[in-house]
Ligand binder design. Structure first.
Ligand SMILES: *Cc1c(COP(=O)(O)O)cnc(C)c1O
Length: 357
C-alpha cells in the first residue's frame, strides 16, 4: 500500500502561457511580476526562475528579495512596501534592490543614507485606497526631494494602487486613475498603477509598468469573469487521496460538531487533506471536490488533516483514489466562494508539509 498525501503540482508551462496572455493585453508595458507571499504559495524561487521574460519582480519583504538574490536571481527586485528599518537602505544598495517610498520616514532614511550608488525608487501615491501612499497634497514635496537627491536614481517611477478594479462597474477606479493622471501626466517619469484587475479590465491604466500577481498564477482577477474566459490556466493543482470510506445511514452525522446529517444512506470518503495543509476550514457543506471524473460535495467540517465528502450510494471509489481540491478542472475561485474567502488567501495558505511537484 502506498497512499499519496497532500501534493501541489506546479505547471510552469501554464505560468509562461499566462505571462504571454498578460503581455498580449499590455504589449507596450514592462512587467513587474509580483512574487510576494512565496509566489502566492507557488514557490518564490521556482516562479522567479520560470519567468526570465519578466522585467522585474515585486516582493513584500526584504527577506524575500534576499532569498531571490541568494538563489542567483539578478533581475531588478522591488520592495512593494518599502523598507521597515533605516539599516535596510544599505542592504538595498549592496544587493541592487529597488524600493517603494510611501512615508516621510522612508524618504528621510533614503535622503540621509550613506550609500555610494543611487537607489532606484518608486514613489507611491495614495489615490483613494487609503492603505499605503503619500497624499496627493504631499506629491510635489516628495517628488522634488527625491528628484534632487544624489542617493536616488533619475529613473524615479511614480505609482499607485487600485482598490476596486476587480469590479468593472465600480466608478472608484476611474476616479483613482484621474487623480493619478492629474499628478503625473505632465512628467516624463515612468508610471505604474495596474494590478491584475487593472490589466484585464482597465486598459487605459496600463502605463509604463504593469504589476500582475494573481493573473500570472492563472486565476481570474475580475468579478463575474472566469479564468477560462480570460484564457488563463491555473498553475497550481492541489490533490490528495482517499484514505477511508465509511458507510453511513440516513439520519447519522459526520465529523466534528455533527455538522452534516445524512439524508439518504450513502458512502463517505475521507480525504487526507485539512486546514493543516491549507485547505480552508470554512469551506461549507457542498464545496466541490473532484474525484474520479465527477464533483462530490464536502460533507461535514474540515478537520486539521482530513475532509469528508459524500460519495453517493452507488460509488465505485476506492482507498488510494486521488482527489483534486482545486486546479485546472476546478478553479480555486470557485472553492474560495464556498469558503467565503478569495483565491489569493487559499493559494498562499498552503503549508509546509504539502509536497510540491
Ligand atoms: C500584490 C500587489 C500587486 C499584484 O496584485 P494582483 O491583484 O495579485 O495582481 C500589484 N501591486 C502591488 C503594489 C501589490 O502589493
Amino acid at each position: 500500500m502506498s497512499i499519496r498525501t497532500a501534493t501541489v503540482h506546479i505547471d510552469l508551462n501554464a505560468l509562461v502561457d499566462n505571462y504571454g496572455i498578460i503581455k498580449s493585453m499590455a504589449p507596450y508595458s514592462k512587467v513587474l511580476a509580483v512574487l510576494k507571499a512565496n509566489g502566492y504559495g507557488h514557490g518564490l524561487v521556482r516562479i522567479a526562475k520560470a519567468l526570465p521574460q519578466a522585467d522585474a519582480f515585486g516582493v513584500a519583504r526584504i527577506e524575500e528579495a534576499l532569498e531571490l538574490r541568494t538563489a542567483g536571481v539578478i533581475k531588478p527586485i522591488v520592495l512593494l512596501e518599502g523598507v521597515f528599518d533605516d539599516a535596510d537602505i544599505a542592504i538595498l544598495a549592496a544587493n541592487n534592490l529597488q524600493t517603494i517610498v510611501h512615508t516621510n520616514e522612508q524618504l528621510n532614511a533614503i535622503l540621509s543614507a550613506d550609500i555610494d550608488r543611487p537607489l532606484k525608487v518608486w514613489l507611491k501615491i495614495d489615490t483613494g485606497m487609503h492603505r499605503l501612499g503619500i497624499a496627493p497634497s504631499q506629491f510635489n514635496e516628495f517628488y522634488s526631494a527625491l528628484s534632487k537627491s544624489d542617493n536616488v536614481h533619475d529613473d524615479l517611477v511614480l505609482m499607485s494602487h487600485f482598490s476596486c478594479a476587480d469590479d468593472l462597474n465600480n466608478q472608484t477606479t476611474s476616479q483613482q486613475f484621474a487623480i493619478f493622471e492629474q499628478l503625473t501626466q505632465q512628467l516624463s517619469n515612468p508610471r505604474s498603477i495596474a494590478n491584475s484587475a487593472g490589466i484585464c479590465g482597465w486598459q487605459q491604466s496600463h502605463c509604463d509598468w504593469i504589476r500582475p500577481g494573481l493573473m500570472l498564477y492563472g486565476v481570474s482577477p475580475l468579478i463575474g469573469k472566469s479564468s477560462q474566459n480570460i484564457g488563463l490556466k491555473p498553475v497550481m493543482t492541489l490533490q490528495s487521496s482517499v484514505i477511508a470510506i465509511q458507510q453511513v445511514k440516513k439520519g447519522e452525522t459526520v465529523g466534528y460538531g455533527a455538522a452534516w446529517q445524512c439524508q439518504e444512506n450513502t458512502f463517505i470518503g475521507v480525504i487526507a487533506i485539512g486546514y493543516g495543509d491549507g485547505y480552508p476550514r470554512h469551506a461549507s457543506n457542498g464545496t466541490p471536490v473532484l474525484l474520479n471524473g465527477r464533483r462530490v460535495p464536502l460533507a461535514g467540517r474540515v478537520s486539521m488533516d482530513m475532509i469528508t465528502v459524500d460519495l453517493g450510494a452507488d460509488c465505485q471509489d476506492k482507498i488510494g483514489d486521488i482527489a483534486t481540491l482545486w486546479g485546472a478542472e476546478l478553479p480555486v475561485e470557485e472553492v474560495a466562494t464556498y469558503a467565503t474567502t478569495i483565491p489569493y488567501e487559499l493559494l498562499c495558505n498552503i503549508t509546509r508539509r504539502v509536497k510540491y511537484i
